[in-house]
Design a protein around this ligand. Structure first.
Ligand SMILES: Cc1cc2nc3c(=O)[nH]c(=O)nc-3n(C[C@H](O)[C@H](O)[C@H](O)COP(=O)(O)OP(=O)(O)OC[C@H]3O[C@@H](n4cnc5c(N)ncnc54)[C@H](O)[C@@H]3O)c2cc1C
Length: 381
Protein backbone atom coordinates (compact mmCIF):
# COMPACT_ATOMS: atom_id res chain seq x y z
CA UNK A 1 0.00 0.00 0.00
CA UNK A 2 1.41 3.42 -0.85
CA UNK A 3 0.85 6.32 1.49
CA UNK A 4 0.00 9.22 -0.81
CA UNK A 5 1.49 11.84 1.50
CA UNK A 6 4.92 10.31 2.00
CA UNK A 7 5.08 8.07 -1.06
CA UNK A 8 6.46 5.50 1.36
CA UNK A 9 5.18 1.99 0.83
CA UNK A 10 4.46 -0.50 3.60
CA UNK A 11 2.73 -3.80 3.94
CA UNK A 12 2.44 -6.30 6.78
CA UNK A 13 3.36 -9.97 6.72
CA UNK A 14 2.94 -12.45 9.59
CA UNK A 15 5.07 -11.29 12.57
CA UNK A 16 6.97 -8.93 10.36
CA UNK A 17 6.35 -5.49 8.96
CA UNK A 18 7.85 -4.43 5.62
CA UNK A 19 8.40 -0.85 4.61
CA UNK A 20 10.05 0.65 1.60
CA UNK A 21 11.63 4.01 0.89
CA UNK A 22 14.40 5.29 -1.35
CA UNK A 23 16.62 6.32 1.55
CA UNK A 24 16.53 5.11 5.16
CA UNK A 25 18.25 7.28 7.77
CA UNK A 26 19.28 5.58 11.01
CA UNK A 27 19.39 8.01 13.94
CA UNK A 28 17.21 11.08 14.59
CA UNK A 29 19.93 13.30 16.06
CA UNK A 30 21.03 16.54 14.39
CA UNK A 31 22.97 14.57 11.75
CA UNK A 32 20.13 12.24 10.77
CA UNK A 33 17.40 14.91 10.92
CA UNK A 34 19.41 17.33 8.75
CA UNK A 35 20.11 14.56 6.23
CA UNK A 36 16.43 13.62 6.00
CA UNK A 37 15.34 17.26 5.68
CA UNK A 38 17.70 17.92 2.77
CA UNK A 39 16.69 14.65 1.07
CA UNK A 40 12.99 15.53 1.34
CA UNK A 41 13.70 19.05 0.05
CA UNK A 42 15.44 17.46 -2.94
CA UNK A 43 12.33 15.36 -3.56
CA UNK A 44 13.74 12.03 -2.34
CA UNK A 45 11.44 9.69 -0.41
CA UNK A 46 13.06 9.22 3.02
CA UNK A 47 12.28 7.59 6.36
CA UNK A 48 14.07 7.99 9.74
CA UNK A 49 14.42 5.23 12.35
CA UNK A 50 15.52 5.88 15.93
CA UNK A 51 15.70 3.62 18.96
CA UNK A 52 14.58 6.29 21.45
CA UNK A 53 10.99 7.23 22.40
CA UNK A 54 11.59 10.78 21.12
CA UNK A 55 13.62 12.31 18.29
CA UNK A 56 16.47 14.82 18.55
CA UNK A 57 19.42 12.71 19.70
CA UNK A 58 21.58 14.71 22.11
CA UNK A 59 19.91 18.04 21.29
CA UNK A 60 17.06 17.96 23.81
CA UNK A 61 19.53 17.49 26.68
CA UNK A 62 21.37 20.65 25.73
CA UNK A 63 19.73 23.52 27.55
CA UNK A 64 22.83 25.69 27.08
CA UNK A 65 23.38 28.12 24.22
CA UNK A 66 25.52 26.69 21.42
CA UNK A 67 28.92 28.09 20.63
CA UNK A 68 30.38 28.68 17.15
CA UNK A 69 29.31 31.09 14.43
CA UNK A 70 25.93 32.73 13.81
CA UNK A 71 25.48 30.62 10.66
CA UNK A 72 25.83 27.56 12.88
CA UNK A 73 23.26 28.83 15.37
CA UNK A 74 25.68 30.02 18.04
CA UNK A 75 23.71 31.51 20.90
CA UNK A 76 20.73 29.22 20.26
CA UNK A 77 20.01 26.47 22.77
CA UNK A 78 20.28 22.82 21.69
CA UNK A 79 16.63 22.23 22.59
CA UNK A 80 15.58 25.10 20.29
CA UNK A 81 17.67 23.72 17.42
CA UNK A 82 15.99 20.35 18.01
CA UNK A 83 12.52 21.93 17.80
CA UNK A 84 13.42 23.75 14.58
CA UNK A 85 14.64 20.52 12.96
CA UNK A 86 11.60 18.53 14.09
CA UNK A 87 9.28 21.32 12.89
CA UNK A 88 10.86 21.16 9.44
CA UNK A 89 10.53 17.34 9.38
CA UNK A 90 6.83 17.78 10.15
CA UNK A 91 6.37 20.35 7.38
CA UNK A 92 8.02 17.98 4.93
CA UNK A 93 5.99 15.01 6.28
CA UNK A 94 9.07 12.90 6.89
CA UNK A 95 8.12 9.67 8.70
CA UNK A 96 10.13 9.26 11.93
CA UNK A 97 9.82 5.77 13.40
CA UNK A 98 10.61 5.94 17.14
CA UNK A 99 11.28 3.09 19.59
CA UNK A 100 12.76 1.36 16.58
CA UNK A 101 16.28 0.05 17.25
CA UNK A 102 18.04 -1.04 14.08
CA UNK A 103 19.64 -4.45 14.55
CA UNK A 104 21.28 -4.99 11.21
CA UNK A 105 22.20 -3.17 8.02
CA UNK A 106 22.49 -5.19 4.81
CA UNK A 107 22.94 -4.12 1.19
CA UNK A 108 19.50 -2.87 0.16
CA UNK A 109 17.66 -3.33 3.44
CA UNK A 110 17.78 -2.92 7.21
CA UNK A 111 16.26 -4.95 10.03
CA UNK A 112 14.85 -3.22 13.09
CA UNK A 113 12.69 -3.84 16.13
CA UNK A 114 9.28 -2.22 15.76
CA UNK A 115 7.42 -0.53 18.64
CA UNK A 116 4.64 -3.15 18.55
CA UNK A 117 7.25 -5.84 19.11
CA UNK A 118 7.34 -7.07 15.52
CA UNK A 119 10.43 -7.21 13.35
CA UNK A 120 10.62 -4.47 10.78
CA UNK A 121 12.32 -4.81 7.40
CA UNK A 122 12.96 -1.58 5.54
CA UNK A 123 13.98 -1.88 1.92
CA UNK A 124 15.99 1.11 0.79
CA UNK A 125 18.19 1.94 -2.18
CA UNK A 126 20.60 3.81 0.08
CA UNK A 127 21.18 4.17 3.81
CA UNK A 128 22.59 7.03 5.87
CA UNK A 129 23.85 5.84 9.25
CA UNK A 130 23.89 8.66 11.84
CA UNK A 131 23.93 6.69 15.09
CA UNK A 132 26.04 9.20 17.00
CA UNK A 133 28.39 8.16 19.78
CA UNK A 134 28.56 6.28 23.07
CA UNK A 135 30.19 7.46 26.29
CA UNK A 136 33.53 5.96 27.25
CA UNK A 137 33.64 4.08 30.55
CA UNK A 138 36.33 4.27 33.22
CA UNK A 139 37.07 1.31 35.50
CA UNK A 140 38.11 1.99 39.13
CA UNK A 141 37.34 0.24 42.42
CA UNK A 142 33.62 0.78 43.10
CA UNK A 143 32.76 1.84 39.53
CA UNK A 144 29.77 -0.53 39.38
CA UNK A 145 28.06 1.01 42.43
CA UNK A 146 24.71 2.69 41.78
CA UNK A 147 25.43 6.42 41.61
CA UNK A 148 28.35 6.07 39.18
CA UNK A 149 27.10 7.13 35.74
CA UNK A 150 28.11 8.63 32.43
CA UNK A 151 27.89 12.42 32.36
CA UNK A 152 25.45 12.08 29.44
CA UNK A 153 23.19 9.89 31.59
CA UNK A 154 23.22 12.53 34.36
CA UNK A 155 22.43 15.17 31.74
CA UNK A 156 19.50 13.13 30.40
CA UNK A 157 18.08 12.65 33.91
CA UNK A 158 18.45 16.30 34.93
CA UNK A 159 17.65 18.19 31.71
CA UNK A 160 15.26 15.84 29.95
CA UNK A 161 13.43 13.98 32.71
CA UNK A 162 13.91 16.69 35.38
CA UNK A 163 15.11 14.13 37.91
CA UNK A 164 18.00 14.83 40.31
CA UNK A 165 20.09 11.64 40.47
CA UNK A 166 21.91 12.82 43.62
CA UNK A 167 22.71 15.77 45.87
CA UNK A 168 26.50 16.07 45.64
CA UNK A 169 28.60 15.00 42.65
CA UNK A 170 32.17 14.41 41.62
CA UNK A 171 32.73 14.92 37.88
CA UNK A 172 35.61 13.13 36.16
CA UNK A 173 36.86 14.90 33.05
CA UNK A 174 37.25 18.61 32.28
CA UNK A 175 36.47 18.45 28.57
CA UNK A 176 33.43 20.35 27.27
CA UNK A 177 31.01 17.58 28.27
CA UNK A 178 32.34 17.37 31.85
CA UNK A 179 32.30 21.15 32.28
CA UNK A 180 28.88 21.72 30.71
CA UNK A 181 27.32 18.89 32.69
CA UNK A 182 28.90 20.23 35.92
CA UNK A 183 27.28 23.60 35.31
CA UNK A 184 23.94 21.99 34.50
CA UNK A 185 24.08 19.92 37.71
CA UNK A 186 24.63 23.16 39.64
CA UNK A 187 21.67 24.75 37.84
CA UNK A 188 19.56 21.76 38.92
CA UNK A 189 20.55 22.35 42.56
CA UNK A 190 23.13 19.55 42.80
CA UNK A 191 26.35 20.51 44.56
CA UNK A 192 29.54 19.69 42.61
CA UNK A 193 32.39 18.81 44.99
CA UNK A 194 35.07 18.98 42.28
CA UNK A 195 35.87 18.32 38.65
CA UNK A 196 38.99 16.15 38.29
CA UNK A 197 41.09 15.99 35.15
CA UNK A 198 44.07 13.70 34.54
CA UNK A 199 45.76 16.04 32.05
CA UNK A 200 47.72 19.10 33.17
CA UNK A 201 45.18 21.45 31.56
CA UNK A 202 41.47 21.81 31.02
CA UNK A 203 40.45 20.21 27.72
CA UNK A 204 37.16 22.10 27.24
CA UNK A 205 36.58 25.73 26.34
CA UNK A 206 37.74 28.25 28.96
CA UNK A 207 34.32 29.91 28.94
CA UNK A 208 32.80 26.70 30.37
CA UNK A 209 35.63 26.20 32.89
CA UNK A 210 35.30 29.79 34.10
CA UNK A 211 31.55 29.44 34.64
CA UNK A 212 32.12 26.38 36.84
CA UNK A 213 34.99 28.01 38.76
CA UNK A 214 32.89 31.12 39.38
CA UNK A 215 30.45 28.83 41.21
CA UNK A 216 33.34 27.89 43.56
CA UNK A 217 33.82 24.42 42.09
CA UNK A 218 37.50 23.40 42.08
CA UNK A 219 38.72 22.10 38.72
CA UNK A 220 41.66 19.89 39.73
CA UNK A 221 44.01 19.11 36.83
CA UNK A 222 46.55 16.26 37.17
CA UNK A 223 44.10 14.43 39.43
CA UNK A 224 42.21 11.19 39.03
CA UNK A 225 39.69 9.09 40.90
CA UNK A 226 41.16 6.34 43.08
CA UNK A 227 37.91 4.70 44.20
CA UNK A 228 34.20 5.10 44.75
CA UNK A 229 33.15 4.26 48.30
CA UNK A 230 29.89 2.75 49.50
CA UNK A 231 28.09 -0.55 49.99
CA UNK A 232 24.59 -0.28 48.51
CA UNK A 233 25.36 2.89 46.51
CA UNK A 234 27.96 5.64 46.26
CA UNK A 235 28.52 7.46 49.54
CA UNK A 236 31.93 8.96 48.86
CA UNK A 237 35.04 8.90 46.71
CA UNK A 238 38.80 9.18 46.95
CA UNK A 239 40.86 11.15 44.44
CA UNK A 240 44.64 11.68 44.16
CA UNK A 241 47.19 13.64 42.16
CA UNK A 242 48.93 11.89 39.26
CA UNK A 243 52.50 12.18 38.00
CA UNK A 244 53.32 12.79 34.30
CA UNK A 245 52.97 9.02 33.70
CA UNK A 246 49.46 9.11 35.24
CA UNK A 247 50.49 7.10 38.32
CA UNK A 248 48.83 8.29 41.52
CA UNK A 249 51.19 10.06 43.93
CA UNK A 250 51.01 8.49 47.44
CA UNK A 251 50.10 10.96 50.18
CA UNK A 252 48.05 13.25 47.87
CA UNK A 253 44.73 11.44 48.38
CA UNK A 254 41.63 13.50 49.21
CA UNK A 255 38.22 12.15 50.22
CA UNK A 256 34.85 13.68 49.31
CA UNK A 257 31.37 12.85 50.50
CA UNK A 258 29.36 12.48 47.31
CA UNK A 259 26.38 10.39 46.26
CA UNK A 260 27.02 10.51 42.52
CA UNK A 261 30.06 10.30 40.27
CA UNK A 262 29.79 11.45 36.65
CA UNK A 263 32.27 10.05 34.17
CA UNK A 264 33.01 12.37 31.22
CA UNK A 265 36.11 10.82 29.67
CA UNK A 266 35.21 11.05 26.01
CA UNK A 267 32.89 9.62 23.43
CA UNK A 268 33.38 6.86 20.85
CA UNK A 269 31.57 6.65 17.50
CA UNK A 270 28.66 4.14 17.63
CA UNK A 271 30.08 1.86 14.92
CA UNK A 272 28.42 -1.44 15.91
CA UNK A 273 25.98 -1.65 13.00
CA UNK A 274 28.62 -0.89 10.40
CA UNK A 275 31.18 -3.18 12.01
CA UNK A 276 28.66 -6.04 11.82
CA UNK A 277 28.21 -5.18 8.15
CA UNK A 278 31.98 -5.46 7.63
CA UNK A 279 32.42 -1.83 6.64
CA UNK A 280 36.19 -1.13 6.77
CA UNK A 281 37.13 0.93 9.84
CA UNK A 282 40.09 3.06 10.80
CA UNK A 283 41.39 4.14 14.21
CA UNK A 284 41.88 7.86 14.84
CA UNK A 285 42.33 8.71 18.51
CA UNK A 286 41.56 12.40 18.03
CA UNK A 287 38.21 11.58 16.36
CA UNK A 288 37.11 9.20 19.13
CA UNK A 289 38.74 5.87 18.16
CA UNK A 290 37.34 3.46 15.59
CA UNK A 291 35.22 5.01 12.88
CA UNK A 292 34.00 3.89 9.47
CA UNK A 293 36.40 4.66 6.66
CA UNK A 294 34.69 7.31 4.51
CA UNK A 295 35.53 9.84 1.83
CA UNK A 296 34.99 13.61 1.55
CA UNK A 297 31.32 13.10 0.64
CA UNK A 298 30.67 10.62 3.48
CA UNK A 299 30.47 7.47 1.37
CA UNK A 300 31.71 4.28 3.06
CA UNK A 301 33.32 1.34 1.29
CA UNK A 302 29.90 -0.41 1.05
CA UNK A 303 27.86 0.67 -1.96
CA UNK A 304 24.85 2.77 -0.93
CA UNK A 305 25.93 3.17 2.71
CA UNK A 306 26.76 6.71 3.86
CA UNK A 307 27.58 8.16 7.29
CA UNK A 308 27.09 11.49 9.08
CA UNK A 309 27.63 13.13 12.47
CA UNK A 310 29.54 11.82 15.48
CA UNK A 311 29.66 8.33 13.93
CA UNK A 312 32.09 9.64 11.32
CA UNK A 313 34.30 11.21 14.03
CA UNK A 314 33.39 13.03 17.25
CA UNK A 315 32.80 16.73 16.64
CA UNK A 316 29.76 18.89 17.41
CA UNK A 317 26.10 19.19 16.55
CA UNK A 318 26.92 22.00 14.11
CA UNK A 319 29.21 19.74 12.07
CA UNK A 320 26.77 16.82 12.44
CA UNK A 321 24.09 18.98 10.78
CA UNK A 322 26.41 20.03 7.93
CA UNK A 323 27.52 16.42 7.44
CA UNK A 324 23.88 15.31 7.39
CA UNK A 325 23.19 17.75 4.55
CA UNK A 326 26.36 16.68 2.74
CA UNK A 327 25.44 12.99 3.01
CA UNK A 328 21.95 13.84 1.69
CA UNK A 329 23.35 15.51 -1.43
CA UNK A 330 25.85 12.65 -1.98
CA UNK A 331 23.07 10.08 -1.70
CA UNK A 332 20.83 12.03 -4.05
CA UNK A 333 23.64 12.13 -6.58
CA UNK A 334 24.34 8.41 -6.03
CA UNK A 335 20.67 7.71 -6.82
CA UNK A 336 20.87 9.88 -9.93
CA UNK A 337 18.13 12.12 -8.55
CA UNK A 338 20.06 15.38 -8.95
CA UNK A 339 22.30 16.63 -11.74
CA UNK A 340 26.07 16.34 -11.09
CA UNK A 341 26.41 20.13 -11.58
CA UNK A 342 23.87 21.00 -8.90
CA UNK A 343 25.29 18.31 -6.59
CA UNK A 344 28.87 19.51 -6.91
CA UNK A 345 27.85 23.13 -6.31
CA UNK A 346 25.98 22.16 -3.16
CA UNK A 347 28.71 19.81 -1.93
CA UNK A 348 31.30 22.59 -2.38
CA UNK A 349 29.14 25.02 -0.39
CA UNK A 350 28.61 22.58 2.48
CA UNK A 351 32.28 21.56 2.52
CA UNK A 352 33.17 25.23 2.85
CA UNK A 353 30.85 25.51 5.87
CA UNK A 354 32.50 22.45 7.40
CA UNK A 355 35.96 23.95 6.80
CA UNK A 356 34.86 27.10 8.63
CA UNK A 357 33.74 25.00 11.59
CA UNK A 358 37.04 23.19 11.55
CA UNK A 359 39.15 26.30 12.02
CA UNK A 360 41.09 27.35 15.13
CA UNK A 361 43.77 25.17 16.74
CA UNK A 362 41.38 22.37 17.76
CA UNK A 363 39.40 22.49 14.51
CA UNK A 364 42.56 22.36 12.43
CA UNK A 365 43.60 19.15 14.18
CA UNK A 366 40.18 17.65 13.37
CA UNK A 367 40.56 18.80 9.77
CA UNK A 368 44.01 17.15 9.46
CA UNK A 369 42.75 13.90 10.96
CA UNK A 370 39.71 13.91 8.66
CA UNK A 371 42.03 14.41 5.67
CA UNK A 372 44.01 11.35 6.82
CA UNK A 373 40.77 9.33 6.84
CA UNK A 374 39.96 10.46 3.28
CA UNK A 375 43.48 9.52 2.13
CA UNK A 376 43.23 6.09 3.74
CA UNK A 377 39.83 5.62 2.09
CA UNK A 378 41.43 6.06 -1.33
CA UNK A 379 44.03 3.36 -0.57
CA UNK A 380 41.62 0.67 0.66
CA UNK A 381 39.79 -1.49 -1.88
C1 LIG B 1 27.09 17.80 27.24
C2 LIG B 1 27.17 18.03 25.75
C3 LIG B 1 27.22 19.34 25.30
C4 LIG B 1 27.31 19.59 23.92
N1 LIG B 1 27.32 20.88 23.48
C5 LIG B 1 27.39 21.16 22.17
C6 LIG B 1 27.40 22.52 21.69
O1 LIG B 1 27.32 23.47 22.45
N2 LIG B 1 27.50 22.74 20.35
C7 LIG B 1 27.56 21.69 19.48
O2 LIG B 1 27.63 21.95 18.26
N3 LIG B 1 27.56 20.40 19.90
C8 LIG B 1 27.48 20.10 21.22
N4 LIG B 1 27.49 18.80 21.67
C9 LIG B 1 27.71 17.71 20.71
C10 LIG B 1 26.48 17.25 19.97
O3 LIG B 1 25.43 17.00 20.84
C11 LIG B 1 26.77 15.98 19.18
O4 LIG B 1 27.95 16.18 18.44
C12 LIG B 1 25.62 15.72 18.20
O5 LIG B 1 24.44 15.44 18.92
C13 LIG B 1 25.93 14.54 17.28
O6 LIG B 1 24.83 14.36 16.43
P1 LIG B 1 24.51 12.96 15.77
O7 LIG B 1 23.26 13.15 14.97
O8 LIG B 1 25.70 12.45 15.09
O9 LIG B 1 24.26 11.96 17.00
P2 LIG B 1 23.19 11.96 18.19
O10 LIG B 1 22.70 13.31 18.53
O11 LIG B 1 23.83 11.18 19.29
O12 LIG B 1 21.98 11.10 17.58
C14 LIG B 1 22.10 9.73 17.24
C15 LIG B 1 20.75 9.07 17.35
O13 LIG B 1 20.84 7.75 16.83
C16 LIG B 1 20.12 6.86 17.67
N5 LIG B 1 20.63 5.49 17.48
C17 LIG B 1 21.85 4.99 17.83
N6 LIG B 1 21.95 3.69 17.49
C18 LIG B 1 20.77 3.34 16.92
C19 LIG B 1 20.24 2.13 16.37
N7 LIG B 1 20.97 0.99 16.32
N8 LIG B 1 18.97 2.13 15.88
C20 LIG B 1 18.22 3.27 15.90
N9 LIG B 1 18.68 4.44 16.41
C21 LIG B 1 19.92 4.50 16.91
C22 LIG B 1 20.40 7.43 19.07
O14 LIG B 1 19.48 6.98 20.01
C23 LIG B 1 20.27 8.93 18.79
O15 LIG B 1 18.94 9.37 18.92
C24 LIG B 1 27.38 18.50 23.02
C25 LIG B 1 27.31 17.18 23.47
C26 LIG B 1 27.19 16.93 24.84
C27 LIG B 1 27.11 15.49 25.30
Amino acid sequence: MADRKTRTAWYTGRGMIYKRCRVAVIGAGPGGLSAAIRLAELGVDVMILDDKPSAGGQLFKQIHKFFGSEHHMAGVRGIEIGSLLLGRCKELRIPILLNTPVWGVFPGFIVAGESEGEALIVEAEAIIVATGAGENALAFPGWTLPGVMGAGAAQTLVNFYRVRPGNRALVIGAGNVGLIVSYQLLQAGIEVAAVVEGMDRVGGYMVHASKVRRMSVPVLTRHTIVSAEGTERVSGCRIAEVDPSFNTIPGTEKDFQVDMICVAVGLSPAVELLRAMDVPMCYVRELGGYLPLHNEVLMTKKAGVFVAGDLSGIEEASSAMEEGRLAAVSVTEYLGAVSPEIASREKARISENLDKLRSGPFGELIMRKKQDVFTRYRHVQ
